[in-house]
Design a protein around this ligand. Structure first.
Ligand code: HEC
Ligand code: HEC
Length: 282
């Protein structure tokens, strides 16, 4: 028994030593590619993603957000975003600066981040920055109040069209009225929406999870419509905009191949409610 334990311990120690040696060799002989022109290997990328996700979750947990709906906050956040963030992260219809295109990892589109992260998480990341990514810490450049202003603006960013966003460049309010991406209560019945889909030929053109017969690729797959930032690449994905798109695609995007199917208001609302539940389904 003791021999067995000794063998196991020796094997483990030898394993650890050779792993250490191999790691040391990779570093010492310069085998790991540190250039920004090649991506991290998939395992390293994955590991860093998990490390960031875990660090943000634990450290941002107790943060209390102030009232982020105040117009003055959103307005000031819009100004600060243009001064300090758009250069790397871009905005609706706005590309990042050339130097930011060369960053590795690439700066996220904050339109997507704002849909996925809580206000507290965005505040924490912006304040502390992220090591070895090019994401600066803003703690010593902006006051906490100013960082909350940026967070307030990021919460409405996903609801801005490219045109709405551009108006803020002239110091105008970024958009009127500001439609939040959060679905309004009672805004359609997802189950009824799934039913209604069948009646408007949606299944002949789209792949839609959980809907029999819907595996066609005439149009894009609708499998993650609830997470997606834009509809057909032009409209911010809000409940109201989805109804507009479904009822009159050609008005929203002239030249689109998606036909006007004569959908009534209630059906459009229900189908929009169903699409918001994807990928999980109602
Ligand atoms: C010099 C370029 C640069 C500037 C300027 C910059 N960022 Fe970043 N930011 C990055 C990079 C690079 C990352 C890390 C890659 C990633 O996860 O997106 C990042 C990540 C983030 C993330 C996490 C994204 C996610 O979902 O994982 C947030 C939130 C963020 N930045 C907010 C801001 C805000 C707010 C500002 C302006 C006050 C700002 N950033 C300015 C480069 C920049
Ligand atoms: C004849 C084929 C056709 C039918 C029928 C059709 N669509 Fe589409 N749909 C398209 C095409 C093509 C696009 C891409 C439009 C574009 O980007 O200009 C599209 C785009 C969309 C989008 C935006 C997808 C994205 O990734 O941004 C949604 C949502 C959508 N359709 C929902 C529906 C629903 C719901 C129905 C049924 C009420 C339906 N479509 C019926 C062809 C169709």
């Amino acid at each position: 028994m003791t021999r067995w334990i000794r063998t196991a311990a020796l094997t483990l120690a030898a394993g650890a030593a050779s792993a250490g040696l191999l790691g040391g060799a990779v570093v010492y002989f310069g085998w790991y590619d540190v250039t920004a022109t090649s991506p991290h290997t998939a395992p390293v990328h994955h590991l860093l993603d998990i490390a960031l996700a875990r660090a943000v979750k634990t450290r941002a947990a107790g943060i209390q957000a102030p009232d982020l709906d105040q117009e003055a906050r959103i307005q000031n956040g819009s100004r600060l975003y243009r001064a300090h963030c758009v250069q790397c992260h871009g905005g609706p219809g706005v590309a990042p600066q050339p130097y930011a295109l060369g960053l590795n990892p690439a700066p996220a589109a904050l339109v997507a981040t704002a849909r996925l992260r809580t206000a507290g998480e965005i505040f924490w990341i912006t304040r502390q920055g992220i090591k070895m990514t090019g994401m600066p810490a803003w703690q010593y450049r902006l006051t906490d109040d100013e960082i909350w202003d940026v967070v307030a603006f990021l919460r409405v960013l996903p609801a801005l069209s490219a045109e709405d966003y551009r108006r803020g460049d002239d110091g105008q309010r970024p958009a009127t009225p500001l439609e939040k991406t959060a679905p309004a209560v009672g805004a359609g019945d997802a189950m009824a929406g799934r039913q209604a889909l069948q009646q408007y030929l949606c299944v002949t053109c789209h792949a839609i999870p959980g809907v029999p017969g819907a595996w066609n690729h005439v149009g894009p797959a609708l499998d993650r419509m609830g997470d997606q930032s834009y509809i057909a690449g032009v409209l911010p994905n809000t409940p109201g905009n989805m109804e507009r798109w479904l009822r009159s695609p050609g008005t929203v995007k002239p030249g689109t191949a998606m036909p006007d199917l004569g959908i009534n208001e209630q059906d459009a609302r229900d189908i929009a409610a169903f699409l918001r539940t994807l990928p999980d389904g109602p």
